[in-house]
Each structure stands twice: as structure tokens, then as C-alpha cells.
Design a protein around this ligand. Structure first.
Ligand code: ATP
Length: 303
């Protein structure tokens, strides 16, 4: 495999701002056709990384390939193949949605059909409305339509659903899924763990300028610590068998385990045998959010 085979390949990326090391040697690989999410707390280095990939910032060190090009060279041949949805973009508010998309499409050699782009962005009903009249969430969709106009192979989405209501978020997710069905590669930054879990094939967590974990959501959830949490209540004075590995958690008991069947068997077997009622039994898989909070807290603690 060479750097150029993947949609994005980053090796040893570093970026310093004066004495601040914002990105401290990160490696990332995004395959073609994949949705990849970059997660991390405020100030972790996400925007810096993404803007270097987009060719909007220079790097201090590292090798980068985006669709086989070095984005630092600002080649038009690369720019035509990449779409970018920034957190805020400026389009002419007095144009209609269709006029905006048509205008942008005009800059590209092989644009996607304008009405199809509007449909993909979920704006068919608003097609002839001026952007000025649209809601905040609908304007974000115009930004997406603008990014799609040139029919890019690779799309950067920077916090695409911030400010959306729950149903608009679900619609945006459907749009992203529609884009992957068309074979697009998507690089997403988000603060929403459910979004990353719902959309990303693979993800990376960045904390303090370094990647602290990467893989599929399942790999991340399985890799850090026990993947299942069992919670329950017992009558005062009742103590579950040692082998179940339970510990007191507030007014309840908790078991964290990678072998939930065995732990539940021990617990419920003991309860039946001793006629001890188990209350409020809950069995939950750790969420990506649990993993994220643990990893980013660990990174902060080792600073
Ligand atoms: P957020 O989630 O808040 O958008 P982020 O992960 O995108 O954060 P960056 O914007 O990449 O983080 O910032 C990483 C670090 O680099 C921060 O400490 C930030 O203050 C610093 N930084 C970012 N841009 C510059 C700049 N142009 N000049 C100096 N320092 C900068």
C-alpha cells in the first residue's frame, strides 16, 4: 500500500503555533468510500487537522495524501474533487436555493445535476425560496448542497448537524447515508457520539493533539474496558456472590464485565437459590460516549 491508495493518508502530522504544539504527530488513514469521524474535545486539534487536509492551513511536518495529492500544493485538480462544508459559510442570501447551487455548479467541469443535488441535500421543497427566508437548519443544508454541486469524491463535513432539531439531524444522517451509497468518502468532525456511532465506519479520537484511539465503534467500545455494565438493587443486607464481581455503586450494585452471560447466570442463580429479589435490573453495553469520556479524561490526566 502506498500513501496514494487511500482517500486520505496522514503520517506524522505536526502543527505548531508558536510554542504551542496543537497537533503532535498523528497518523490517519481513510479508505475510499468510507465515513470516517474525528472526535475530540474543544482545542484537541480537529480543526487544525481538517484544515490542513483541506489545504487551508500549512503543516509543520508530516506526509499527507488526499486522493493522491498533497493538499499543501493547492492544486486545482484536487480542489475539484473535494467538497467542504464548513461550520459557517457565506452564500448570497438574496439568491434562491436553485440559483446558489446553479452558480456553484458552473465553476466545475463535471457538476452533478442541480436538482439532484438539491434533492440530496433535502431542499426540494425550498428550491425556489431565497436563502434569506430559510431556517438555520435549512441554511446548513444549502451549505451541503454547495459542497455537493461539483460532485466531489471526498466530502469534509465539519460538525454538520450542530444546531439541528432531532428530526433534522436524522434527515441529515439519511443524506450522509445516501452519499455513501453513491460511493463518496466522508470525513466528519462531530461532538455528537450518537452521530459518530450512527454514521462512521471508523473513527478516531484526538485529545491534546494526539490520536488516543481509532477503529470501529465496536472496537473502541470493546478495547478500553469491560464492555457491559449490569446494575441492580438488592434488599438491605443482601450481598451478591463474590464470583459475580459486583461492587456498590451509590444505592445500587454494579458489575462491569466482558462476560455478561456468566455474570448474570451467577447473579440470578444466587437470587433464585436464596430467594433474594433483584430490583431495577439493567444490562447496558458501554456506549461510545462512555469510551470517549474515559479516553479524553485519561489523556488530560497524563498531560
Ligand atoms: P473545537 O472543538 O473547539 O473546534 P479543535 O479540536 O478544532 O477544537 P483546534 O482549533 O485545532 O481545536 O485548536 C487546537 C489548539 O491550537 C488550540 O489550543 C487552539 O487554541 C490552537 N490554535 C488553533 N488555531 C490557532 C491559530 N491560528 N493560532 C494559534 N493557535 C491556534
Amino acid at each position: 500500500m502506498t500513501l496514494a491508495d487511500a482517500a486520505i493518508d496522514l503520517r506524522g502530522l505536526r502543527k505548531t503555533y508558536g510554542s504551542l504544539e496543537a497537533v503532535r504527530g498523528i497518523d490517519l488513514r481513510v479508505e475510499r468510500g468510507e465515513v470516517f469521524a474525528l472526535l475530540g474535545p474543544n482545542g484537541a486539534g480537529k480543526t487544525t487537522t481538517v484544515e490542513i487536509l483541506e489545504g487551508h492551513r500549512t503543516r509543520t511536518a508530516g506526509e499527507i495524501s488526499v486522493l493522491g495529492h498533497d493538499p499543501g500544493r493547492n492544486e486545482p485538480a484536487l480542489k475539484r474533487r473535494v467538497g467542504i462544508v464548513l461550520q459557517q459559510t457565506g452564500v448570497d442570501l438574496y439568491l434562491t436555493v436553485r440559483e446558489v447551487v446553479e452558480m456553484i455548479a458552473g465553476y466545475y467541469p463535471a457538476p452533478r445535476d442541480v436538482d439532484e443535488v438539491i434533492g440530496l441535500a433535502g431542499l426540494t421543497e425550498q428550491r425556489d425560496q431565497r436563502v434569506k427566508k430559510l431556517s438555520g437548519g435549512q441554511r446548513r443544508r444549502v451549505d451541503l448542497a454547495v459542497a455537493l454541486a461539483g460532485d466531489p469524491e471526498l466530502l469534509f463535513l465539519d460538525e454538520p448537524t450542530t444546531g439541528f432539531d432531532p428530526s433534522a439531524r436524522r434527515q441529515a444522517w439519511e443524506t450522509v447515508r445516501g452519499l455513501t451509497a453513491l460511493g463518496k468518502t466522508i470525513f466528519l468532525t462531530t461532538h455528537f457520539m450518537d452521530e459518530a456511532q450512527a454514521l462512521a465506519d471508523r473513527l478516531a479520537i484526538i485529545a491534546d493533539g494526539q490520536i488516543v484511539a481509532s477503529g470501529t465503534a465496536d472496537e473502541l467500545i470493546g478495547a478500553t474496558s469491560a464492555a457491559t455494565r449490569i446494575r441492580f438493587r438488592l434488599p438491605d443486607g443482601a450481598i451478591p456472590p463474590d464470583a459475580a464481581g459486583a461492587r456498590v455503586a451509590g444505592s445500587a450494585w454494579e458489575i462491569e464485565t466482558d462476560a455478561p452471560t456468566r455474570a448474570l447466570n451467577l447473579l440470578t442463580g444466587w437470587a433464585l437459590e436464596t430467594e433474594t429479589p433483584i430490583g431495577d435490573l439493567e444490562v447496558n453495553r458501554r456506549s461510545l460516549e462512555d469510551v470517549y469520556l474515559q479516553l479524553t479524561a485519561d489523556a488530560e490526566a497524563t498531560e
